[in-house]
Structures are given as structure tokens and as C-alpha cells.
Design a protein. Structure first.
Length: 161
């Protein structure tokens, strides 16, 4: 919005005083103030609606990308299984068997640290943080970058499947 200095406001005030008259000036300024407030509220509401729509579109794009990545991983895993005759092969070169070598979407959700603490002190936030579940297909860093509403969508999708 354009900024008005003291001089400009004084000129506008004098013009209003001459055009409207001193008796009706308080009523006119009050009406103009209300109209300005309504205009600001409408502009703020429009801005909020646009931001929410942009977030929703971004959420859909992320979900579509996640589904595409899962399909690619499934296809790669299936091709690897066909090459090995259906036997699960370790993904790392150390010879250890891959845990949950089937579809990662079917794999159980594992805790962030890969373990569940034996005793959880409710006052201890680090123990509670260790229980944050990361779905298959995400690294801890990728999962931490996801907004909360995306995490909820993914969790809902896993429950529905």
C-alpha cells in the first residue's frame, strides 16, 4: 500500500473538511474507517485462502511423488527377485540378509532409532522421540523434512491400505 506522510494526510483532511463540512466529518471518517477495515479483512481472507490452496496442491504433488517412488522401488525389488529366482538378496555387500525384503509398504514401521527403549520415562523427551515411526521408503532426514500434514496423510494411507 502507498505510504502517506503527515503532509499528505493534512491535505486530505483539509479537503474532507471543506467538502463534507465539520458537522458530518466524524460520521464520514468513521464510515471510511469501517470500509477500510472490511477491505483489509477481505484481503487477508483471500490471502489465507490462496496460501491454503497452494499448500494443498503442494501436498498432492508430494503424495504423487511418494507413490511414484514406491512403485519404482517395488518394480526394482520385483526385478531383483526375478533375477535371483525369488530369493531375497542382501541389499548391502556385507552378506547380511535384508530384513523385510518384500514390499516396503507392507513392512512394519520401525522406530526412528531402530529400537524401542525398554523403559520409557514420560518426562524423558528423548525416549519419546525414539518412538517416532518412519515409514519405509524414507530416510530419517527426508521424514524430518516432511510437513506435519504430509506425515498425517501418509499415516492415514498406511492405515487404509
Amino acid at each position: 500500500m502507498p505510504s502517506l506522510g503527515i503532509g499528505e494526510l493534512l491535505v486530505v483532511g483539509i479537503i474532507l473538511l471543506v467538502a463534507v463540512g465539520p458537522e458530518r466529518l466524524p460520521h464520514v471518517t468513521r464510515t471510511l474507517g469501517r470500509l477500510y477495515g472490511r477491505l483489509r479483512r477481505a484481503a487477508d481472507e483471500l490471502r489465507r485462502a490462496l496460501v491454503l490452496e497452494a499448500d494443498r496442491m503442494d501436498e498432492e504433488d508430494r503424495l504423487r511423488d511418494l507413490r511414484r517412488r514406491r512403485q519404482e522401488a517395488d518394480a526394482e525389488r520385483q526385478a531383483r527377485a526375478e533375477q535371483t529366482g525369488g530369493r531375497a538378496q542382501p541389499e548391502s555387500g556385507d552378506g547380511a540378509a535384508a530384513v523385510g525384503a518384500s514390499n516396503p509398504a507392507d513392512a512394519p514401521i520401525t522406530p526412528l532409532e531402530g529400537r524401542v527403549p525398554e523403559v520409557i520415562d514420560e518426562a524423558d523427551d528423548t525416549a519419546a522421540d525414539a518412538l517416532v515411526a518412519i515409514p519405509p521408503g524414507f530416510t530419517p532426514e527426508e521424514w524430518a523434512e516432511q510437513p506435519e500434514h504430509i506425515r498425517e496423510l501418509i499415516a492415514r494411507g498406511r492405515k487404509d491400505a
